[in-house]
Design a protein around this ligand. Sequence first.
Ligand code: GLU
Length: 445
Amino acid sequence: MTQPVVRFAPSPTGKLHVGNVRTALINWLFAKGQGGTFILRIDDTDTERSTAAYEQGIRDDLTWLGLTWDKTFKQSERFDQYDAAAEKLREMGRLYACYETADELDRQRKLQRARGKPPVYNRAGLELTDAEKAAYVAEGRKPHWRFKLSGERIVWNDLVRGEQAIDTSSLSDPVLIRADGSYLYTLPSCVDDIEAGITHVVRGEDHVTNSGAQIEIFKALGGTAPGMAHTPLLVGADGASLSKRLGSLGMGELRSQGIEPLAICSLLGKLGTSDNVEIRESLAQLAEEFSFDKIGRAPARFDEAELRSLNASITHNLSFAEAQDRLAAIDANAANEAFWLLVRENCETIEDAARFVPVAFGDIDPVVDAEDRDFITAAAGLLPDGEITSETWGAWTSALKTETGRKGKGLFMPLRKALTGMERGPSVGDMLVLMGRDRALKRLA
Ligand code: GLU
């Protein structure tokens, strides 16, 4: 197989959310698994709704995720090419002017439905004489432009869905240019895909119908249609469509919650596939394991709890060097290797380490139950003299055991609660070394 050339083509009219990140990722994994090329195309033909801030946000998010691109370009810089392609289609009689208003089209569709007919555009625009067109223009109407479908059955072998057939006689001729002269993404996308030598169009299954029309446009423009892969959509953990909150969950939010890019990529790269969802070492490993054959036809269920648990398994193994900067952002004291290696097992995110900073380096409210008061007083008296080391805990607790007769939970839990203020957490003996003698005695007093 020749090396794939793919593109991810977001519109900068909003933030990237988990759904379109998954599309970006699948494109990237497919390309990189085979030494191919990943292009970032910014679909900003809608100049009203596109913003530079959203575009920058998309670039920042992809960079943060590690989904870097080999090439990038913006559609807004290529209107000349789209105009030339539109002209070519006009000359071939495949692009024709229509003058109906949105209301008129709406009424037409209602009438068709009432008669039990599919609401397919009636191609009135094709029948207009020059005089009729001139009359519309004199009325102040501006044309929108539709692509004339062939009426044939379009068949392709989708890399995810298998053989697909779209009967173009059942579709309305798609509008390619709006009355205000702006392009919908349909034509520019084909023009760009031909010029960039895109070998595979990989996108969500909400685009399947567009593909029927676009395959005809590719052919009309003298290109060959690329391979196609349409992935099932993401749904919520309950199988219903993604909630509004999850559907708009941005990378910035996940990042500020301490979620690691590799947790997101491991989850989105494996969801809905025949592989297990588990943390992979790197994007390169995910790419190596990627295959369209593994993607099922059922919707992929996105579960935030699963993302958190994958994130925890990454966090548990992060080295101090990897965590250092973010620990320093919590508190200058927290950027301490012994501290990180001690608490990381108890953290879902690096930022969770914040809970343990006062335990090791500050002040806490010790918890001492009434029935443990005497025991804690005895413990304060038996704390071995001198600097606290990794030996202290063992020596101290065995002395306490002999002295008080307590053992097991009855021995350890009161100490944990008094010294850390918590019932659960990292090893108290190791925490004792970090907190030091003065803090320990103060908490036991
Ligand atoms: N800008 C289009 C979208 O985001 C691109 C679709 C495609 O990948 O062809 O829906």
